[in-house]
Design a protein around this ligand. Structure first.
Ligand SMILES: Nc1ncnc2c1ncn2[C@@H]1O[C@H](COP(=O)(O)OP(=O)(O)O)[C@@H](O)[C@H]1O
Ligand SMILES: [Mg+2]
Length: 222
């Protein structure tokens, strides 16, 4: 099954402008297929994060719909939508998401902890190892570099093996070697059956993509 966006629009009010209503996302339709990596590029401010947040259930569109297995996710109650997000989607947001009072392992297990589930600690250690930060499982976030924190948040998003993975500039703080490692890993996750959307500025990301989308002023450019 696929995730389908139909004519998505998001309008914001911008206080500093006289004609202050504008569309950050202006009528976008797309389908995210299982097993595929979709790479989304575009200049800063072109609407990438806004679009991603609507696709993953975090931001209610002004109009249009997002359908998962044929059901409009924004027609669900808040609690059903957050359950669906927790069980089927993995989001790697822009910026840092670490809780400073928890160590790396506990941070990655946080989605389970919040749902009162037992997380699979061995699986988390394996994920951390794959991401090159296995030896940091017991470290505290304050001891980590930006790139290490970023990989921790990738592990957290992938921990429950989601069907849909949304990554907003996941390699922003990484060197070339770790950028390749993360792209390889996301590609492998797609090949194992997930659908992966990656927002990125890395030009070599197109080498990993099955589909390349470019956003321009809230619209898809050809
Ligand atoms: N909550 C908001 N309120 C008002 N304007 C916003 C809000 N979020 C984003 N924008 C504006 O919408 C446009 C698209 O933003 P964004 O989706 O973050 O772009 P990108 O991720 O491509 O850099 C930008 O002009 C930004 O300033
Ligand atoms: Mg953004």
């Amino acid at each position: 099954m696929a995730l389908e966006a139909l004519d998505l629009r998001k309008e914001f009010i911008r206080e500093s402008r006289s004609s202050n209503r504008f569309a950050a996302v202006d009528g976008i339709s797309l389908t995210l297929e299982k097993g595929e990596v979709t790479v989304m590029m575009g200049r800063s401010g072109s609407g990438k994060t806004t679009l991603m947040n609507m696709l993953c259930g975090l931001l209610v569109p002004s109009s249009g719909s997002v359908k998962l297995d044929g059901d409009d996710i924004y027609a669900l109650s808040d609690s059903r939508l957050s359950r669906l997000r927790g069980s089927r989607m993995g989001v790697i947001p822009q910026g840092q998401t670490a809780l400073g009072s928890l160590n790396v392992l506990q941070n990655v297990l946080l989605p389970c902890t919040l749902c009162r589930e037992d997380g699979d600690e061995e699986h988390v250690r394996e994920l951390l190892g794959r991401l090159g930060i296995g030896e940091l499982a017991e470290a505290m976030p304050a001891e980590l570099s930006g790139g290490e924190l970023r990989r921790m948040s990738i592990a957290r998003a992938l921990m429950r093996s989601p069907e849909y993975i949304f990554a907003d500039e996941p390699t922003a703080d990484l060197d070339d070697e770790n950028t390749a490692l993360v792209f390889d890993f996301l590609k492998e996750t797609a090949r194992a059956g997930a659908s992966v959307l990656i927002i990125t500025h890395e030009n070599d990301a197109s080498a990993y993509s099955d589909r390349l989308l470019t956003l321009k002023s809230g619209r898809l450019a050809e």
